[in-house]
Design a protein around this ligand. Structure first.
Ligand SMILES: [Zn+2]
Length: 180
């Protein structure tokens, strides 16, 4: 059976296990199986390893597409210098009611207002995506969302409050394949 190659790994042993079954995985671009080869390390700007490069071989009459891609260490964030640990420190500050600035100071990283603004916007943009993913693993998440709604509401009926406060429909979106 064809198997998708993971995009992230957490440890060297996890990577070695992946390396051993590389020939059984299919290329994310051309879907061909049996042509993936290890293609060295992926380095960050300061020369620290960030992951591995994988090459889909088209050499020696192999059927691959000749493209290469990366699999990343799961504690790093693609295209960001800050790590998952830094980001979680920042988010934890926000959860605890600190301001963005105070939450960022907790990371111990130098502060830039423009970066902080971009990061906050990036987080906000990804909230619906993260929530949808989480719903799959934590059914109680739906319940937690409604508890959050109840706690935020200033009225006895939180749905009434929601529509009045946000001036928006409560059941705004329809599931994609279910139109009625
Ligand atoms: Zn390929």
């Amino acid at each position: 059976m064809l198997k998708k190659i993971p995009r992230f790994f957490s440890s060297e042993s996890q990577f070695q296990a992946l390396h051993h079954k590389l020939k059984l995985l299919n290329c994310p671009f051309c879907r061909v199986t049996g042509c993936l080869n290890l293609h060295g390390f992926l380095y960050s700007y300061d020369n620290k390893p960030r992951g591995r490069r994988i090459f889909c071989s088209n050499r020696n009459k192999r059927k691959g597409c000749g493209r290469s891609f990366s699999i990343l260490l799961a504690w790093l964030l693609k295209n960001f210098r800050l790590t998952a640990l830094d980001l979680w420190t920042f988010i934890s500050g926000l959860i605890n009611g600190l301001s963005k600035q105070a939450s960022w100071i907790k990371t111990g990283l130098s502060i830039s207002q423009s970066f902080l603004y971009c990061l906050s916007r990036r987080l906000k943009t990804n909230v619906p995506y993260i929530r949808t993913k989480l719903l799959g693993v934590a059914p109680s998440f739906l319940q937690e969302t409604f508890i959050l709604l109840k706690n935020s509401s200033l009225k006895n009926n939180p749905i009434w409050w929601f529509q009045e406060h946000f001036q928006d429909d409560f059941l705004k979106h329809r599931p994609k394949a279910l139109v009625f």
